[in-house]
Design a protein around this ligand. Sequence first.
Ligand code: ADP
Length: 366
Amino acid sequence: KRRIGVMTSGGDSPGMNGAVRAVVRMSIYRGCEAYAIYEGYEGLVQGGDLIKEMKWEDVRGYLSRGGTLIGTARCMAFMERWGRLKAARNMVKRGIDALVICGGDGSLTGADKFRAEWPGLIKELVETKELTPEEVEPFKHLNIVGLVGSIDNDMSGTDATIGCYSSLERICSAVDDVFDTASSHQRGFVIEVMGRHCGWLALMAAIATGADYVFIPEKPPSTGWEDEMCGIIANHRSRGKRRSIVIIAEGAHDVELKKITAYHVKDLLNTKLKLDTRVTVLGHTQRGGPACFYDRWLSTLQGVEAVNAILDATPETPTPVITIRENKIERSNLMEAVALTKSVTAAIEAKNFDRAMELRDVEFKE
Ligand code: ADP
């Protein structure tokens, strides 16, 4: 029986458990055995109890739970060749030659690298007599499929990542809560949301809550934004609005790439508009909580597709990542998606913001 490993890696996101559940059950359904790799790449490197066979019942109740029940970690050892060598040894010993990894672009880049190195790693393990030629015979190639688990929705080539809609839901309800108190006291609030280099959470939250102003990394405000923002908020106030909300992405900056912080914006509103303004940094509440409907659905369908992609793969198939585009679950080229993602950051760093926006929206090439 073919053995398929599933793991979660990098930052956790709601929906990762749904992905693990779907991969485990689809693997069994397709006649394979499923193995959970606990604690991300740490589990591969350490082996032992961190690699555990999962039966159908073992993932019962996973679908609605937040975080990742099989754990995640940042693993320094896997960044090094010796760590990946240990990982390859543990996998062969357990008879696992296929992995579904749910994580961000870091984790998925590591996975692709591991796959490319695999034949060399196996050769070395035989040469150093860690493994026998007979043991490695059925494991000449490693199969990898990526699932994107991230609250940031920062991967190019897919409309949504597993976790982003749950996080957005949490942000919107937190902003609603702040609205009540802001309105009672006629206050201003500056709300900082996560997203790293990506403004998706901030932008969507701003639209969904009707915020007065928003800062995102891909489209920084032009010089003189302070007056523009204060003008807009003063105008809203003059029309009787009792509360003012500014949403700021954690990666926000101005056109000169100078960081704009929530406290900076708050001070401006306090001094320029004499508006009693507070800062709320939503922090890790944005990652927690149960997965919303969309993430349960997405992780289930993508987990199923990941197992199908593993079973279809040949040594020549480029490593796939499972995406969703225009409501269709698809397979894309993982490293192309990663490269495209990196090009957005590069465009921002080159102050080519129009290009950054264009790339976020880009029509993904096959
Ligand atoms: P994310 O997957 O959320 O982007 P990280 O970038 O922190 O998170 O990556 C998670 C883990 O994936 C790292 O701790 C490391 O073990 C592994 N990893 C990331 N990048 C690489 C790489 N280039 N080569 C090998 N392993 C990597």
